[in-house]
Design a protein around this ligand. Structure first.
Ligand code: CTP
Length: 398
């Protein structure tokens, strides 16, 4: 972000006030911001506010001769490193998709030769309308990075996707656009498993484990941020679905395997779930204490990772996880070979990793072992997503 010049187009929506926080964050990160308001944007945020925060003149009118003489609109768009549209209304997205240039903002968007990032905000029905979805698909095909909106309660009282993505997410996406890594995984289908499985013992009891699903959800989120089409197969966890991710909830290992198989073909599979190795023949009625300790009839569960890696529908890149308490790297190396995975991400779970917020892992590949210092799970996820993009981009899965 340091030294980056952002041209910020503020569209006309109630979320326009959040553009002010975005300016603050960009400047805090060392970037500079020049603002352009649409006529709608001018209804929600004053030029004075934007000028005070950006410490630059705010532009609104196409036919401002003084500005045309001193700085043409083409120059304005080209002096930036990145054009950010925030909030991007349904109307603005439609004009961008159609190539309409009827005001300063849309003219700049048509004239620019710089990457464009759009952060949508609108009513849920407007977002879900086929016309908007068509425009978003068109823009993405044209190379515009269009973020998925957040889900939640809207200013109009409805609930669903359509809220402006949080300023931190927009700043993160700006970083990716500037680094040229945004959309690196667009067009790639990736399956991620996460969380524990629950194997029923009777109608009220299950065999479970301590996996929280946090690392797997963070990976699904990071992959979606790079533009991948992610199917997240989640065991029972209490976590919100990451933006832009298709989530399928399951309980047992057998259900998880069926959903993973149904999500194929895929370019990559990242199997983070702590799958139970065994299930028991579940009693049809509740086991009663008076009958004494039950004897459970155990049978092995399918090994989703090993079976996927050996199948003729194997994704190009298969990544497994290994939670170990002893000989972490040696166990992971043996597991990689035994299960036929390309990579194993190994971690020592003897501490409070399970359910915790950070992780310290070893990436075990055919080329060797890399130690990644302890970091928040979201950072580990981003780093892994970049590596996955490297591997899928070059055809090097080693
Ligand atoms: N895995 C799977 N299906 C299973 C068990 C595990 O897909 N039935 C996957 C996990 O998602 C993870 C990897 O295999 O990516 C490692 O699982 P782990 O439980 O550590 O391996 P095990 O085969 O159980 O080995 P061990 O019990 O010896 O540690």
């Amino acid at each position: 972000m340091s030294g980056a010049r952002i041209l910020l187009i503020v569209g006309g929506g109630i979320a326009a006030y959040k553009a002010c926080e975005l300016i603050r964050l960009i400047r805090k990160g060392g970037g500079s911001v020049r603002c352009v308001r649409t006529a709608g944007g001018a209804q929600f945020v004053t030029a004075m506010t934007l000028a005070a925060l950006s410490e630059q003149e705010v532009h609104s009118r196409l036919w401002d001769l003084k500005n045309e003489a001193e700085m043409g609109h083409i120059q304005l768009s080209r002096e930036a490193d990145l054009v950010v549209v925030c909030p991007a209304t349904a109307d603005l997205l439609a004009k961008m998709a159609a190539g309409i240039a009827d005001d300063l903002a849309t003219t700049l968007l048509l004239a620019t030769d710089k990457p464009v990032l759009a952060a949508p905000a609108m009513n849920v029905r407007m977002w879900q309308h086929p016309a908007t979805q068509r425009n978003v698909a068109r823009l993405r095909a044209d190379g515009v990075t269009v973020l998925e909106p957040d889900e939640g309660e809207m200013a109009c009282g409805e609930f669903g996707p359509g809220r402006l993505p949080g300023p931190e997410r927009i700043v993160e996406a700006i970083g990716q656009c500037l680094a040229g890594t945004a959309g690196r995984l667009s067009g790639k289908r990736i399956v991620v498993t996460a969380g524990p499985t629950h194997e029923p013992i009777d109608p009220v009891r299950v065999l479970a484990n301590r996996s929280s699903g946090k690392q797997g959800f963070a990976i699904a989120s990071a992959l979606a941020d790079l533009g991948a089409e992610v199917t997240l197969v989640a065991g029972p966890v209490a976590l919100a679905t990451p933006q832009g991710v298709r989530r399928v909830d399951v309980e047992t290992a057998a259900q998880m395997k069926a959903v993973v198989d149904a999500a194929l073909p895929a370019d990559a599979a990242i199997l983070v779930a702590a799958v139970a190795d065994w299930s028991v023949a579940a009693a049809p009625a509740k086991l009663k204490k008076a009958n004494g300790p039950p004897s459970l009839a155990w049978s092995p569960n399918p090994d989703i990772l090993a079976e996927l890696a050996a199948s003729d529908r194997r994704p190009r890149l298969v990544v497994g996880f290994a939670a170990e308490t002893e000989n972490v790297v040696e166990e992971a190396q043996a597991k990689r070979l035994r299960k036929g995975a390309d990579w194993i991400v190994a971690n020592d779970v003897s501490g409070d990793v399970m359910g915790g917020e950070s992780n310290e892992v070893h990436l075990v590949t055919a080329d060797g072992v890399e130690h990644w210092d302890g970091a928040p799970k979201a950072d580990v996820a981003r780093r892994l997503a970049e590596r996955i993009a490297d591997a899928l981009g070059t055809g090097d899965d080693g």
